[in-house]
Design a protein around this ligand. Sequence first.
Ligand SMILES: Nc1nc(=O)c2c([nH]1)NC[C@@H]1CN(c3ccc(C(=O)N[C@@H](CCC(=O)O)C(=O)O)cc3)C=[N+]21
Length: 287
Amino acid sequence: MDKIIYGDVIAQNIKDSIKARIDTIKEKGQRLPKLVVVVVGSKVASQSYIRGKEKACQAIGMENDLIQLDDAITQQELLRVIQQLNHDHTVDGILIQMPLPKHIQENEILFAIDPNKDVDGFHPFNVGKMMIQEKTFIPCTPKGIMTILKHIGYEDLSGLRAVILGRSNVVGRPVSQLLLNQHATVTVCHTRTEDVAKEAANADILIAAAGQPRMVKADWVKNGAVVIDVGVNRDECGKLCGDVDLDEVIAKCRYITPVPKGVGPMTIAMLLENTLEAYDLHMEKEG
Ligand SMILES: Nc1nc(=O)c2c([nH]1)NC[C@@H]1CN(c3ccc(C(=O)N[C@@H](CCC(=O)O)C(=O)O)cc3)C=[N+]21
């Protein structure tokens, strides 16, 4: 069914070209790009994502380290770990796995990461740069969504209505900016929106990032719409499922991304891409 966009296939192509780049770096005998992932605590949900990313790094020959920290780590101790990584010249990208435990002040942590190593694009300096359309690290999931849209010929979004379900710092807010940059007319819906289904039904491009299993039904979708499912939920059976009821929605839409094999693998590919960008930035500076 060519309505379904398999993000894992697009992601594989991107990873292949990053691998080719890394192969040439190896041939030249230069230092390899390196990503460090910091995880606090042992949340099960985090583990599968971390493993996916580790596997991806290994497959393309990118250096990667995992720093696993105890749940009980203090704010100061975590800040010190980040400082060390900031000063380590072999480290190109730093990813602090979200969410952090409740006793950690997330914003202070985000401020602490060297903006030039912020491959998540979560540092407020980089968030601000994105807002004013300066070149910077674009958060991985929003960047993955835009790459999928471009892949299906949705690059110039002039005259199109984009509706986003969810206003998180990680997906909803940044993707709204990126869609706006591509000239879409953007609506962001959230828990206080009066009639989400009605808003969604106006969308030419519907981005579901609400964290509600199979919330989006057929009557939420305009005929011919593009539906991007960012949901990472577990259903009653413990199976990974999205925010969109694909079986219902598929008849109405022009394109739809599945869960799994949709946005998730793209997020990882974008993380690798951002780490390579960070590497290029650092090599340029080191001369
Ligand atoms: N600082 C930070 N940056 C992140 O980018 C970040 C984070 N924290 N915290 C957690 C979320 C979640 N996330 C996913 C990435 C890939 C898949 C993915 O590849 N999923 C596969 C399936 C994996 C499976 O089967 O479990 C798929 O959709 O096909 C899922 C989830 C990134 N996150």
